[in-house]
Each structure stands twice: as C-alpha cells, then as structure tokens.
Write a protein that binds this ligand. Structure first.
Ligand code: WQD
Length: 326
C-alpha cells in the first residue's frame, strides 16, 4: 500500500508527504525537481523524472507496489502562464494524461488531484460553493479546470476513481519549522509579507486600497498547508473505502484582508512590515472565500489552523531559513 506523490518535493506536496509518512503510509515521490527541493523530503524515496514519461510512471507504480496517487505536479504561476501558455498546457494537462495512462497500465486507479479555487475566477457570490460556475481568468487556472475534466473523463472511460481538491490560498509552514515555502519563486502575499518584514526585499506592495471590503484591501481565504495535508489523507481514505468521486473546496470559510495579514505579521514578528499602497493588480477579485461545508460532510474534514497559526509558522520558517532549502 504505497502512495505515489507527484510533485511531492514542492510546497504542499512536501507537507503532505510528511503527514502520510508520519501516519504510517509508505510513500514514493515522482518529481522533476525543476521547482521542488529534494531537501524537503528527507529520506522519502524519490524518483527524479517527469509525469509525462508513461513508461517511468508505470515502472514506478509496479516497482513500489503503488495503490494510490496524489497528484501535485504542475506549474502554478498565474502570471507566467499568460506569458508562456504552451508550457502550462504541455506540463499540466498533457502531463496529467500521460500520468493517468501510466498508472492505469500498472493497475493503479485511485487519484487525489490538487486543484485550485482559481478555477472559479472572480466568483459572483460568496461564500464560493463547488456548484459555482467555473470561470478561469488565466491559463494556469484553465489548466486546473481542464485537468479536473480530463480526470473525470478517465473515470467514465477507464474506471479511474478520483477526488479533486480545490485549494483556496495555501500558506504557512510545518509547525516544527522543518519545511516551508520557497519564497524565491512566489508571487503570493504571505511569503512576500515575510520577505518585507525580514528585510529580504523592498517594501511590500499592497495592490489596491479601494476594493469594496472592510478596509479596502483584497480579501482571501488563507488555509494552512498542514490543514491541506490532512484533507489529502482524508480524501485517500475516502476513495480507499469505496467513497464516490468528489470535488470539494478546501478553505476555512473565513476571509482575511491584506492589511489583516500585514498587521498580524507585525504582531508576530514584533517589527514593522515596510509597505506601500499601489494600484490594483489586474485580474484580482476583491473578495474570495470558501464554503467548506461539502468537505466537512463528505470527508469529515475541517480546517483547524487560524490566521495567527499561519503567520506564526510562516514567520518561524522564513526567519530561520532566509535562503529556503538552499
Ligand atoms: C492574495 C492577495 C492580492 C501580493 C493566487 C493564484 C491562485 C493560487 C493562490 C495556486 C490579493 C494581494 C499579493 C502582493 C498584494 N495559486 N497581494 N501584494 O491572487 O488570491 O491567488 O495564489 O493555486 O491560483 O491566483 O493570491 O497571494 O497572489 O494574492 O497586495 O505582493 O494579496 O492583491 O488580494 P491570489 P496572492
């Protein structure tokens, strides 16, 4: 009973690998290491390679007696996806087709998929439910929506069993400080706030103060990466015990503004966060937060970490590891 984790050397992947192993599961990671870090895996078996190499996927599944797959491997930068869309279609979508073909050839037919709330685009109503229309606003988000459809059609045509998990804004780091996010390749708020707080960058740019939100800055549903990890374990157990194919939101159900994140960081760090107010970032919705009730109902899962937990763990990681895993 081994779990194959693609992209397991990445941010959410590495936190999920740690939880799977600490809860007694055998794990093997397939990662190209293009953007992941071998150091985040410690002694977890790692095969360096591409999910697009069907024969490699089949061989790994057979050699490690894989029974289930958690599929994180994907490029995930919204901005980059608009500049180089081809690499997103090939890596994210075509790569998923090859992964599934290789897995099915080895008789593996259970897959938990790392999707994203980005598939909703700018939601028309809040909180966001799984039944909300999909309206991706960039190629990255579109690839996640297409990957969900590809996976569901493999369910119809080849009997693949699947759970698609739509993350809201993943943030934070392992509570014991052993692993965390690589801030060198991110455009996300929490690591960038940490960078500014620790003097590793110039002032944080606050994108817009004129949104129709309580303090005028953008509101998002920040969910702790260790809460995401527990949701993946719950989804694996759901499928392994015969549960139906599902698509669920993973969020806290609560929104926090940019200024709330900034103020919480100042409280935790005891230092000011240099920042400047600039114009809105194109494509940013004012407010996004989840209705997470379906995951509670189907998986018995709820987020347990607070925004304070997120900021405290992120600050502990980044202040102790200013150069990340390097
Ligand atoms: C959060 C808030 C910004 C940076 C993106 C992807 C999504 C998902 C999560 C993968 C917004 C504000 C940000 C900064 C700022 N990724 N902000 N200054 O845009 O909600 O979602 O990351 O699945 O697919 O779209 O996250 O962290 O970029 O922004 O003011 O330097 O912080 O305007 O309100 P976002 P984010």
């Amino acid at each position: 009973m081994t779990i194959l984790v693609t992209g397991g050397a990445g941010y959410i992947g590495s936190h999920t690998v740690r939880l799977l192993r600490s809860s007694g599961r055998d794990v093997v990671v397939l990662d190209s290491l293009e953007r992941g870090h071998r150091e985040s895996l410690f002694d977890t078996p790692l095969v360096v390679g591409s999910i697009a190499d069907e024969s490699l996927v089949e061989r790994v599944c057979r050699d490690f007696e894989v029974t289930d797959i958690v599929h994180f491997a994907a490029y995930k930068s919204a901005g980059e996806s608009m500049e180089t869309p081809g690499m997103y279609w090939l890596n994210n979508v075509q790569g998923t087709v090859h992964l599934v073909e290789g897995a099915l050839a080895a008789g593996v037919n259970r897959l938990v998929f790392s999707s994203s709330a980005a598939v909703y685009g700018s939601p028309a109503s809040l909180p966001v439910r799984e039944s909300a229309p999909l309206a991706p606003e960039n190629v990255y988000a579109e690839t996640k929506a297409v990957m969900e459809r590809v996976i569901s059609w493999y369910g119809v045509t080849r009997g693949l069993r699947w759970a698609s998990l739509r993350y809201f804004n993943a943030a934070g780091a392992a509570a014991d400080g052993a692993i965390g996010e690589d801030w060198s390749i991110t455009t996300n708020l929490v690591p960038l706030v940490m960078k500014a707080a620790l003097g590793a960058s110039g002032p944080l740019k606050v994108f817009g103060t004129d949104y129709p939100t309580p303090d005028g800055t953008g509101v998002r549903d920040y969910i702790h990466v260790e809460d995401l990890a527990t949701a993946h374990v719950a989804a694996l157990d759901h499928l392994a015990t015969g549960g139906a194919d599902i698509t669920v939101n993973l969020g806290t159900g609560r929104g926090a503004s940019v200024l709330e994140v900034l103020r919480e960081t100042e409280r935790v760090s005891g230092r000011p966060v240099p920042h400047e107010f600039v114009s809105r970032r194109p494509g940013d919705p004012a407010e996004v937060y989840a209705d997470a009730s379906l995951a509670a109902q189907l998986l018995g899962w709820k987020a347990t970490h607070t925004l304070a937990d997120i900021i405290e763990s992120a600050y502990a990681w980044h202040s102790a590891h200013p150069t990340g895993f390097r």
